[in-house]
Ligand binder design. Structure first.
Ligand SMILES: [Cu+2]
Length: 350
């Protein structure tokens, strides 16, 4: 009899434990269903509806020879993808892709993320640093601020992005960008360079639609230019951004472009019509030097430094050689003139 009761009590306890597990699971499921619902509806999530937060400039300050403070915001800001498509983007600092960050190899980064989104958490995942993701890339809750410290010990051109679940939704809605870590001893070709640009590729889908992000094809694939210094062109990832405002160079210039493909899903086959890349540093590391490339393959998140000389005047189309993507917007122009100024001549379309 005693044995019977023991068995029954074991069964009852097991059922209780199982049902507790189930109820925890079902609460998790409900939670995920809620998140999934918010992201598969192709709708603006309600608290974002009337929100269009003014872009806030990146705050970066050198506080020591090998130490920088970086302060960024997560915020909801309208971004024009095409003339008729204003996208209520989830952004860093009100830009999508976010502002380019430049630090030096060996820097300690003291990073602060101010989450101005009133409704959902956001976070920061820098590909340029060594960190413990479960401690250093964690969610910052709505209307809160999080601070993190990590070293940037590898030179290169790296992606950064929000890593909050579902990460695909956060990246596809606009939370991505580029961080350049300048090599301690520079690039061997530094002295030859006449001008530098930063170009970022990303793609857009149906608005806030996790189903389309996951199983669809991009509606637009775009390039943006990011300013390295005051006065440089700085754009969002809009169709035609770099055709309407071409990059400029002078005949004979050796041009360097820092390129980064921030996805979220597609690869890039970066190519500039009418030239061959003399030097390519894959992922922007001076050790990864390749010569004489026509096209550089950038995986999702991948970066590179490409260098080439423009020998004649004219308009040089910048494309991804995956022409279905070029057709969807990933085209820009490098205009080469006698004096490096815009002569307002027509740019070549591609
Ligand atoms: Cu986010």
């Amino acid at each position: 009899m005693k044995k019977f009761f023991t068995v029954v009590s074991v069964i009852v306890t097991s059922v209780m434990v199982l049902s507790a597990c189930n109820s925890a699971n079902s609460s998790n499921d409900q939670q995920s269903a809620k998140v999934a619902k918010a992201n598969t509806s192709s709708q603006v999530i309600v608290p974002h509806k009337d929100l269009n937060q003014k872009p806030i400039p990146l705050n970066i300050e050198r506080v020591g020879e090998h130490e920088v403070n970086i302060e960024m915001t997560a915020q909801i800001t309208d971004v024009e993808i095409t003339k008729d498509n204003l996208y209520k983007a989830w952004t860093f600092n009100g830009e999508a892709p976010g502002p380019v960050i430049v630090v030096n190899e060996g820097d300690k980064i003291n990073f602060t993320l101010k989450n101005m989104d009133p409704s959902i958490p956001h976070s920061m995942d820098f590909h340029a640093v060594h960190a413990s993701p479960s401690q250093d890339f964690i969610d910052v809750m709505p209307n809160e601020t999080g601070s993190f410290t990590y070293p940037a010990n590898n030179p290169g051109v790296f992606m950064y992005h929000c890593g909050t679940k579902p990460v695909l939704a956060h990246i596809a809605n606009g939370m991505h960008g580029t961080i350049i870590v300048k090599p301690k001893n520079g690039y061997p070709t530094d002295t030859e360079i006449d001008r530098e640009f930063v170009i970022v590729q990303n793609e857009w889908y149906r608005y806030n639609d996790l189903e389309d992000f996951t199983n669809g094809v991009p509606s637009q694939v775009v390039f943006s230019a990011k300013a390295l210094k005051e006065g440089d062109i700085n754009t969002n990832g809009s169709v035609g951004a770099l055709v309407d405002t071409p990059l400029l160079a002078k005949v004979g210039d050796k041009v360097r472009i820092y390129i980064n493909n921030v996805g979220p899903n597609e690869v890039s086959s970066f190519h500039i019509v009418g030239t061959v890349f003399d030097h390519v540093y894959i992922d922007g590391n001076p050790f990864n030097l390749m010569k004489g490339l026509q096209t550089v393959m950038l995986p999702a998140s991948g970066g590179a430094v490409v260098e080439f000389t423009v020998t004649k005047e004219g308009s040089y189309p910048i494309v991804t050689h995956q022409f279905n993507h070029a057709t969807k917007g990933a085209v820009g122009t490098l205009k080469v003139t006698k004096d490096g100024l815009d002569d307002n001549s027509k740019t070549m379309s591609h």
